[in-house]
Design a protein around this ligand. Structure first.
Ligand SMILES: [Zn+2]
Length: 135
């Protein structure tokens, strides 16, 4: 699963979840393991980093527009499990992440179409302006 997808889904959970922010940030962290469980095609690190950087800049722009500094925090929290599983940080966490991750026969690159459609839908939801009431 791309880092961008994790960031976008965690951001939507935070923005649209309708619960207190700490609960939604925790749910965004948990969404990472749920998403990794879905059979998916893995992109290389370079493409993944480029997508994550582009998505991160988009989300920063949105955070500035909406004066919502927790939005980029939510995005990073969605990506955090992949950061924490890097060598030397926590072998126990890496083992847990690997346990949760999809392990099956290779998945077609065409699955990226579905993943990108979900990611694009998340970004569209995020960029919708909130309805203004009473004004
Ligand atoms: Zn992961």
């Amino acid at each position: 699963m791309t880092g961008l997808t994790h960031m976008a889904v965690a951001s939507v959970i935070y923005r649209r979840g309708g619960l207190p922010a700490p609960v939604l940030l925790a749910a965004g962290f948990g969404s990472h393991f749920f998403l990794d469980r879905i059979p998916h095609y893995e992109l290389g690190l370079g493409v993944n980093l480029a997508l994550g950087l582009a998505g991160g800049l988009l989300l920063l722009r949105l955070a500035v527009r909406d004066r919502d500094l927790l939005l980029p925090v939510a995005a990073v929290i969605g990506l955090l499990p992949d950061i924490l599983m890097q060598p030397g940080i926590s072998s126990g966490f890496k083992a847990f992440h690997d346990f949760c991750h999809f392990k099956g026969s290779p998945v077609s690159p065409l699955m990226l179409v579905t993943e990108f459609a979900v990611t694009a839908a998340c970004l569209l939801v995020l960029f919708q302006r909130k309805e203004r009431r009473g004004g």
